[in-house]
Design a protein around this ligand. Structure first.
Ligand SMILES: Nc1ncnc2c1ncn2[C@@H]1O[C@H](COP(=O)(O)OP(=O)(O)OP(=O)(O)O)[C@@H](O)[C@H]1O
Ligand SMILES: [Mg+2]
Length: 351
């Protein structure tokens, strides 16, 4: 049995050919790889953790992985496959996302409409997962990816039982999450529910606006204490609409009963925020454009006629056949023709 997780030098995990290492977090190492069977680029996460009872751990891992693989949604990183390397290292095979994790962008004073757009996508992901009874349990900015091709925000790394690590708060072997994003009730050892995921997303919202999460500290316990007891710091940004600040306050209520009860509620409040975000506007205007005033229309007609007349302006342009001047002229013409006909007839008759 190997003592270290597979390295790129091994070149292969399961049937997947490793291309490069993408990075490592608290839970494992992520590789870029290719599935040779269908020539698809994938991301493989090899988990650090092993268990005293590998058989039990493998069973629990598979059960969670099956639930997560059911999550097919445009805002969720797809889990394609999973397996075990050297009867030791569990790994997950995921959709490879070409883009940046949100954690890499939070320090760059993201514009409010962009933050709202990202949040909406992640809420749709959570609404879908929660409707299927799956909690994320580790919502944080490094698990939110921004796809450079589609500009879609994608939520990855579902299921904390799959990614246990000593860096996180644990009680009796139960994994709780990353301290900076943990809901107060979870810090106090209660079982998380959908509202705990929404609290974590509230922390992501604060971080996306301010550049750092609201509660930080030297060790997990001091951070957990702040989640439970400290009021939320004031936002320093002045361009955050009052409605978005209200979403933040409600998502981050210490008491879950005062929080958004589900993702649909939070999404409804976000959808009502006026951000002037043209990317989320329909392509055709909802209200028909007003017709030009008749004066404008006449001016347009005149301009069109001028263009058709290639510079030479007709005197009659714009005058209707029903105009009195035209009628008089026609009458005179008819009379003149009648007289001419009479004169001609008389002249012929006298011959
Ligand atoms: N599906 C993916 N597609 C592309 N890159 C990914 C994918 N999943 C993870 N990565 C990248 O791999 C690196 C390691 O990810 P990992 O999830 O291990 O770190 P983390 O999210 O910071 O920590 P944690 O272990 O708490 O989730 C990061 O740079 C991440 O952006
Ligand atoms: Mg991650």
């Amino acid at each position: 049995m190997d003592e270290a997780p597979p390295s790129p030098a091994r070149r292969r995990i399961g049937r997947y050919d490793i291309i490069s290492e993408l990075g490592r977090g608290g839970a494992g190492i992520v590789y870029k790889a290719v599935d040779p069977q269908i020539e698809r680029t994938v991301a493989i996460k090899v988990l650090f953790d092993r268990d005293n009872d590998p058989e039990r751990y493998w069973k629990r891992f598979q059960a969670e992985a099956k639930a997560i693989a059911q999550l097919i949604h445009q805002n969720i990183v797809v889990l394609y496959d999973w397996g075990q390397q050297d009867q030791s290292w569990n790994y997950l095979v995921m959709q490879f996302v070409e883009g940046n994790p949100l954690s890499r962008l939070v320090g760059s004073h993201l514009p409010v409409p962009r933050v709202v757009r990202i949040l909406r996508g992640i809420l749709r992901a959570l609404r879908h997962a929660h409707s299927l009874g799956v909690l994320h349990r580790d919502v944080k900015s490094s698990n939110i990816f921004l796809d450079t091709l589609t500009e879609q925000p994608l939520l990855g790394d579902f299921g904390i039982a799959l990614t246990r690590t000593s860096q996180r708060l644990t009680t009796e072997g139960v994994v709780l999450g990353t301290p900076e994003y943990l809901a107060p009730e979870v810090c106090q050892g209660q079982t998380p529910d959908a509202r705990s995921d929404l609290y974590s997303l509230g922390i992501v919202l604060f971080e996306a606006l301010e550049g750092n999460p609201p509660f930080t500290g030297d060790n997990p316990l001091s951070v957990a204490f702040k989640h439970v007891h400290e009021p939320l710091p004031q936002l320093t940004r002045t361009d955050v609409p009052r409605e978005l600040e209200n979403v933040l306050l409600r998502a981050l209520a210490k008491n879950p009963a005062e929080r958004y009860q589900n993702a649909t509620e939070m999404l409804a409040d976000l959808d009502a925020i006026p951000t002037g975000d043209t990317k989320s506007m329909p392509l055709t205007p909802a209200v028909p454009l007003p017709l030009p005033e008749p004066v404008e229309r006449r001016a347009n007609d005149r301009r069109r006629n001028e263009r058709r007349g290639s510079g030479s302006q007709s005197v009659l342009s714009g005058i209707s056949w029903k105009h009195p001047l035209v009628l008089v002229a026609v009458a005179i013409l008819v009379i003149a023709l009648t007289i001419l006909a009479l004169v001609a007839w008389m002249a012929l008759g006298h011959r």
